[in-house]
Design a protein around this ligand. Structure first.
Ligand SMILES: *Cc1c(COP(=O)(O)O)cnc(C)c1O
Length: 408
């Protein structure tokens, strides 16, 4: 049988039609940010270019444009050129990598840290490797955990229990049912990025310890943003020593690219020695690492960005609530506005971009559960009061035009 015997073209077309029929086919916005004037950017369309304001960037503090970060990257490219030239084991460990791992271990008060090319790779590689190495390890996973953790747990191949989101009683029930002699990991996040709620880290770790489980905490939406030195919610809550493994990204609060874990020296050494996703992939470009080093060091010493960030988020949330828009109330920096339908959610996003030059990506399934489709605003220190007034006014008009449900 030749290749023609199988209708590949039809199978691919069917797969694409399925996501389109559900209204969740993703269209990427082609944008160019302007250094020095973020959140303003240029939007490239087939009809030409136009100026927009970005409202959904995960460069939460604007560190991706911070002069210290940009300068460090310029210096690094002059010093060492573009790429790292190899995996960590084969010529790809530069002094930048060594320094950043020390800096991150210190940030989280752990013995060691390990860099990955992304937060996704860090979660996937670490959870799958630990599950395999610890032998018949049960992973107790918060039901709202990010796709990268779910994928790592799946690839680890061990048993998994889903724990109702942030529900301590349910977590204890599950922990108490597992053989005390069996290895276990409780895996969860600190700030949940779509609802903006925050886990009770200390209480979760106490329960895990009581039942002999390790704790794995994804602080991706908190590192750089919370805690006196930007060490995340665990640092803010003064429970760093209770968490066994902390995972973070270098691409959101720190504004550049990459991911990492911080943990005991032995645990980090095991992942370094056994995780294929770490071992067989070229290390981060030194230029990126140099930029991250500058961002981490700056945010360890400066609270100004964090304070302004929290104030901006609280201000926008209040303005939306005052306008009777269905904003979800939460204590973090994320400002979600509920739409509840994938097609409407996409239409609202299109209206905002086309008619008002406001860019916010619709968040649809599988990123959030069906029926909870939403717009997710991430106000940054650089969003002004005027930009917020323009946003609320635009949303108000679109909500009326499309007859969308307002706050109860
Ligand atoms: C974005 C994200 C990741 C992945 O981090 P990247 O560095 O973007 O790969 C992991 N966990 C959570 C909760 C995230 O939102």
């Amino acid at each position: 049988m030749g290749q023609d015997a199988i209708d590949y073209k039809r199978k691919l077309a069917e797969a694409l039609r399925a996501v389109k029929d559900e209204g969740r086919y993703r269209v990427f916005a082609d944008i160019v940010r302007h250094r020095g004037s973020f959140p303003r950017a240029t939007f490239h369309t087939p009809e030409g270019k136009r100026d927009i304001v970005v409202w959904c960037s995960n460069d939460y503090l604007g560190m991706g444009q911070h002069p210290a970060v940009v300068e460090a990257m310029h210096r690094a490219i002059e010093e060492v050129g573009a790429g790292s030239g190899g995996t960590r084991n084969i010529s790809g460990t530069t002094h930048y990598h060594v320094e950043l791992e020390r800096e991150l271990a210190d940030l989280h008060q752990k013995e060691a840290a390990l860099l990955f090319t992304s937060g996704y790779a860090a979660n996937d590689a670490t959870l799958s490797t630990l599950a395999r190495i610890l032998g018949d390890c049960v992973i107790i996973s918060d039901e709202m955990n990010h796709a990268s953790m779910i994928e790592g747990i799946k690839r680890g191949g061990g048993p998994k229990r889903l724990w109702r989101h942030n529900d301590l009683a349910h977590l204890e029930e599950l922990l108490s049912e597992i053989d005390p002699a069996q290895p276990k990991i409780v895996a969860f996040e600190s700030v949940y990025s779509m609802d903006g709620d925050i886990a009770p880290i200390g209480a979760i770790c106490d329960l895990a310890r009581k039942y002999g489980a390790l704790t794995y905490l994804d602080e991706v939406h908190a590192v750089g943003l919370y805690g006196p030195r930007g060490g995340g919610i665990a640092e803010r809550d003064d429970v760093l020593e209770k968490v066994d493994i902390i995972e973070g990204t270098l691409a959101k609060g720190f504004g550049v690219m990459g991911g990492y874990i911080a943990a005991s020296a032995d645990l980090v050494d095991v992942v370094r020695s056994y995780a294929p996703g770490f071992i067989f992939s070229t290390s981060l470009a030194p230029v990126l690492v140099a930029g991250v080093l500058a961002a981490v060091r700056h945010l360890k010493a400066s609270d100004a960005e964090r304070e302004r960030h929290q104030e901006r988020a609280a201000t926008l949330r209040q303005m939306l609530a005052d306008a009777g828009l269905p904003v979800m109330m939460c204590e973090s920096h994320i400002v979600p506005v509920m739409v509840g339908d994938p097609v409407t959610c996409k239409q609202v996003s299109d209206d905002l971009l086309r008619d008002f030059g406001i860019y916010v990506q619709p968040i649809n399934y599988p990123t959030v559960p069906r029926g909870t489709e939403r717009l997710r605003f991430t106000p940054c220190p650089v969003h002004t009061d005027e930009m917020m007034r323009d946003l609320v006014e635009a949303l108000d008009q679109v909500w009326t035009r499309r007859k969308i449900r307002r706050a109860a």
